[in-house]
Design a binder for this molecule. Structure first.
Ligand code: S3P
Length: 452
């Protein structure tokens, strides 16, 4: 992975129409959870469609370090023989979660109520990200964390010997924090409550129920969503099919919207309503995005999507939509550059603590492409230049952030001049086959050397 190796520059340039079928890899959020709940269940969980990106492979390795037997049996096919709730063994070495905030935060939650210690680290991006948002609620269960300044990694977590259940109101809309609280609640006696200010992705709640836990969801008093988990269930191994990741589908989907004459079919994409904010927003912008064959796959809604070239117009994205498209703002901002009129995205302060400061990374990248933007602490405005009006050119700094890299490579396909990214290596964390997939649709991307 380039996080530890040489940067891999990549360049994209105007392509002919994109055509064909895009087979998107498994959902990253669901893949992490399948491995972690499989490791906490009794018996052998069988998973198909697992994302084999570096983030998820790091979580698989971590689950083995905590005592589960994790085996790859085929392409995207894995089995996990779990140790049962409270059964984690103390890892013998440091747990390296690489680039993955979801991995490290969910695993910390899962071990926080077991009387063992573990030390966590990650790459330069993950070591910059705040962990206090996780260790604060875990301290209420009785766990203790010793990290660097600001609670940053490397960090040692000492699990609670006598955990108590917790009622925790999240200060921010974060599925990672909610999930860490619920996973910690698994080994606490009694009822653990997480109260979120706005609904965030609910894969943990759905999957916990699937494994046999009792999880109730209600409106919270004073607003928001209340999730109640009954502690110390016996989780029973499951057979799980991971849906295809809507956050990865976003890249070829937007590419098809931006490149004239394109039509791309994306089969079996996860359509959980807590994840579909981008689709809603693009439709409001005038995108021709069709959902066919809506169905349920592995306990999650799914559909086949068809994306066709569309003239887009700028919109205001309501702040309350942010949780349902939190990872999609970089690609939305790129799409907005090719729209007529301005697009305003408010209430997106959480983007500053992702794999990179995504408001800053997107703003600098759009400037490098000749697009006018305005930026505040928690908002971004993009002044659209129309379908053929984006100059392009320039090289975008990706800051170890896969979604920044993919977003700007998509932008280069519709700009007047090519767009480069300084490092495409991090794409392997979530979408290892992005390059070949785009090439098969008709949009090959090359190293900077071949781009003269
Ligand atoms: C995720 C939650 C989100 C999202 C991340 C995946 C999850 O993070 O950005 O890519 O799987 O729970 P936050 O909880 O920080 O919003």
């Amino acid at each position: 992975m380039s996080a530890h190796g040489a940067p891999q520059p990549l360049i994209s340039r105007a392509a002919g129409a994109l055509k064909g079928e895009a087979i998107i890899p498994g959902d990253k959020s669901v893949s992490h959870r399948a491995l972690i709940l499989g490791a906490l269940a009794v018996g052998e969980t069988r998973i198909t469609g697992l994302l084999e990106g570096q983030d998820v492979l790091d979580t698989a390795r971590a689950m083995a370090a905590f005592g589960a037997t994790v085996t790859r049996t085929g392409d995207g096919a894995w089995t996990v023989r779990g140790v049962g709730v409270g059964g984690f063994a103390e890892p013998e070495d440091v747990i390296d979660c690489g680039n993955s905030g979801t991995g490290v935060r969910l695993i910390m939650g899962a071990m926080a109520t077991t009387p063992i210690s573990a030390t966590f680290t990650g790459d330069a991006s993950l070591r910059r990200r705040p962990m206090g948002r996780i260790t604060d609620p875990l301290a209420l269960f009785g766990a203790r964390a010793h990290g660097r300044r600001g609670g940053r990694l490397p960090l040692t977590l000492v699990g609670a010997a006598d955990p108590v259940p917790v009622s925790y109101r999240l200060p921010m809309a974060s599925a990672q924090v909610k999930s860490a609280v619920l996973l910690a609640g698994l080994n606490a006696p009694g009822i653990t409550e997480a109260i979120e200010p706005e609904a965030t992705r609910d894969h943990t709640e759905r999957m916990l129920r699937g494994f046999g836990a009792v999880v109730e969801v209600a409106e919270a008093e004073g607003g928001g969503r209340l999730i109640r988990l009954t502690g110390q269930p016996e989780l029973i191994a499951q057979t799980l099919a991971v849906p295809r990741d809507p956050s990865s589908a976003a890249f070829p989907m937007v590419a098809a919207l931006l490149v004239e004459g394109s039509e791309v079919v994306l089969p079996g994409i996860g359509m959980n309503p807590t994840r579909t904010g981008l689709i809603q927003t693009l439709r409001e912008m005038g995108a021709d995005l069709e959902a066919r064959q809506s169905r349920e796959e592995g306990g999650e809604p799914a559909a086949d999507l068809v994306a066709r070239y569309s003239a887009l117009k700028g919109v205001e994205v309501p702040p309350e939509r942010a949780p349902s498209m939190i990872d999609e703002y970089p690609i939305l901002a790129v799409a907005a550059a090719f729209a007529e009129g301005k697009t305003v995205m408010r209430g997106i302060g959480e983007l500053r603590v992702k794999e990179s400061d995504r408001i800053d990374a997107v703003a600098r990248g759009l400037e490098a492409m000749g697009v006018r933007i305005e930026e505040t602490e928690d908002s971004l405005t993009v002044h659209g230049m129309g379908a053929d009006g984006v100059p392009g050119g320039g090289t975008v700094a990706t800051h170890l952030d896969h979604r920044i890299a993919m977003s700007f490579l998509v932008g280069g396909l519709a700009s007047r001049r090519p767009v480069g990214v300084d490092d495409a290596g991090p794409i392997a964390t979530s979408f290892p086959a992005f390059g070949p997939l785009m090439a098969a649709l008709g949009a090959p991307m090359g190293a900077e050397d071949d781009a003269a």
